[in-house]
Structures are given as C-alpha cells and as structure tokens.
Design a protein around this ligand. Sequence first.
Ligand code: XMP
Length: 313
Amino acid sequence: MDVSYFIEEKIKEIKKIVGDDIAINALSGGVDSSVVAILAHKALGDKVKNIFLDTGMMRQNEPETIQASFKKIGITVEVKDVSDRFFTALKGEEDGEEKRKIFRDTFYTVLSEAVKESGAKCLLQGTIKPDVEETQAGVKTQHNILSQIGIDPEEQYGFKTIEPLIDLVKWEVREVARELGMPQTRFNTMPFLGPGLTGRVIGEVTRERVETVRKANNIVEEELMPLKPFQCLAVLFKDNATMKGDENALGRNYGSIIAVRCIESEDARTAEITEIPYDVLKKIVKRITTEISGVIKVVYDITPKPPSTIEYI
Ligand code: XMP
C-alpha cells in the first residue's frame, strides 16, 4: 500500500462527499477513529466536529486523556456524557450478544440525535475490514457496523456514513497513523472493545458493577503493561464466592470474583497466555482485593485461544 497516496485520496474523497455540509466524527479513542479524526481535520478543517460519547463504559480517565491528547495536535473534542442512556437501556439484560445489540442501538440512537442537533449530514467512522468480516461471519456484532447487517443509516438515522478505512487491516491503519504523525502512544494502544466495559461484565451491567471492573482493569493495566503484552484485561464474574469471615459471624458472606487475562498474540486470531511471574500475580490479587470493595477472589485465566476467545463475552 502506498500510504501517502492513500492519505491524499481519502482527503479528496472526504471533501467531495461532505461538500458544503458539515460532518461529525465519533471518536472512540482507538487508533481507527483517531486516524479518521486527523484525515477529516485535514480534509474539512472546522467543518468537522469531533465528539466523544461517554457511554459510561470507558476505562479509567479515558475521555479526559483522549480530549487532552487531541488538544495537543490542535483538534477539539467535545465529550458528551450519555451514560444514563446506556445504563437505562442495559438494565436487567444478562445475555452477552443482547448486551452488544443494546449497546449498538443505544449508541446510534444517541449519536444520530447528536448529528441531527449539529445539522451535519455525514458521519465519519473508523470501521476497518476485520469489523466487517467478523460481523458478517456472525462471530460478533461490532457496534460500528450498520449497512453490513442491513441497516441503511440514511433511512434510519438521517445521515450518510463515511468509512475511509473500511478496506484496511490493523497494521495498515497503523502505517497511516505513523505517516500522519500521530504520537506512538495513540497508535500503539492495546485493543479494547467497541462496547467497552459492557463486555467485561458477565451478567447485568450496572453502574456499580462497571465501576468494579473499571478499577480492576486499571490495576491490571498498571501492573501488566510494563511486561508489554498484546492485551491484558479484567472481567467481573456473575457468580459470587464465599468470603472467609469472622468465625463467630452468623451465616456466610459472599463477594465478587474477578478474572485476570493477559495474552500474547500477533493478530488476536490466536493467543497464548503470558507467563506472569508469581510475585506480579500476587501483587495484582492483593491490590484488587484491598482496593476494590466487594471483590474477594481473583483468578488468573491460563486458557489459550483456541479453544477460548480472548474476551469472555
Ligand atoms: P475475541 O474475544 O473474539 O477477541 O478473541 C479478539 C480481539 O477483538 C477484540 N474484541 C472487540 N473489539 N469490539 C471491538 O472493537 C468488540 O465487540 C470486540 N470483541 C472483541 C478483543 O479485545 C480482542 O483483541
């Protein structure tokens, strides 16, 4: 791929499609939508508005970090707190695939309202080839896929989508990011889920349960990122475990279980577990069980992919 030619062509294409209208770019903070933000900024200048929908499912300080890193390169990002909409929509749902669908529908409903409010006719998205392939193969419903599953965004939501990266795979996106001068810290980010921490909570997604898993993911990242794994994560189980309490207390007390996963992989299609030193694992257990109230058991998942997937749901 000729990266500079690709960039020039995409800038021309975005300009042509948007014309005299204005466009919205929905940033997620990942490399894909960040590349789109820079391409769109080059093509449209102030005629593109970047919004970051804070779904309540992001990792610790993610909205603020993203806003600050774009500010450094002259791009303004508006953060909109829409978390109530997501928690309300997800209330009571326990099934993983249903939660993904609810997330996607809520995301587009909220986003289309924001697009309408702004008067934009086009929505830029960082969809890449594997998103489409995985959705078509029925492996997962990616939240940023519409036309591929029979939804016409113009008809249903009233705007066109522009997906400049749809023919690229991840390493090609990273090449484009490098050529655009994006800081390393932005384009070498660890993979994270489109539906965010919704996917790291087994069972019902509530504010409290998301907060628990957010803190656990943060501890896991702080302790394991120095080992430079392909990906590390924490998941909250649905079931509880018995707590060792006071011998004289009446009845049992239960607490939450967190699974820690850390893997090595080339492309996420297969994965091996990272052989973490025991002292690091013990430190993670200590931190999770003392810093997060209600968590009393931590397990380290040593299953490769296959047979397991990287995430739990
Ligand atoms: P699995 O769990 O299928 O994950 O082994 C493979 C890779 O894809 C990431 N992943 C997702 N990314 N939206 C995303 O943007 C999703 O719904 C999603 N599900 C899984 C996962 O973190 C891993 O890197």
